[in-house]
Ligand binder design. Sequence first.
Ligand code: GEK
Length: 244
Amino acid sequence: MQDNLFSTMQPHLVDFTFDAAVADVFPDMLRRSIPGYDNIIAMLGVLAKSYAQDKSNVYDLGCSLGAATLSVHRHTRALSMQHFCVDNSPAMIKRCETKLQRHMPEALVYCVCDDIQNIEIKDASVVLLNFTLQFLPKKARLALLKTIYQGLLPNGVLILSEKLLFNDNEVNQHHIDWHHQFKRANGYSELEISQKRAAIEKVLIPDTLETHQSRLAKAGFTQTQQWFQAFNFSSLIAIKSAGY
Ligand code: GEK
């Protein structure tokens, strides 16, 4: 279904929520709003294949409709792994469960409707935070990364994709303008772009790349690589070294 949720003037714009109306148009919304989204999803599977371990767990935190889990499974189906898909939106997790049952029926998948801060992470070889950390209060982000680090096996990885903020105002504005051009090129109108921006700005709070890198280091990760960036959207891979 096509995303036209913000195409008509909304007299009382409320903060963005991941409700049923959003879940119904979500694949179209992400594809047309996040530069490189399909590419990132495909590469999550490619990267996961290098680090996935037999008899380990994979966590997709803020899984929405399970696109990242599907990609990981596509590349790792020869291994025996348990997939934990977590989202606190009932509309998302319900659709996710149906979709994964249909597309990976042979896999061990647990779809959990909860806040990702309440989840115990253990025996994990791959943890995905694909555009989710940005929705957590800033002061809760380090604690979650520490929990993830503790729950990872040696050589395990966290893949963290986020919208970025830039310290330099002019540079930041360029990225915002390029992103809006990308949305226009994908058929969003000026009204849709401005109403979506107003609805999401209090719930999606981006950090700079440097903040992410230093927070990952504080959580324990000694190796972090930025493997993707398109405008102000980026993805990092953080590895838990074998010595720990
Ligand atoms: C993808 N990863 O397609 N606990 C659990 N879920 C949360 C929380 C929380 N505290 N906060 C937000 N979410 C997906 C895309 S979307 C990104 C992720 C976006 C969930 C929220 O319900 C939504 O489904 C998801 O995180 C963010 O690969 O919409 O920009």
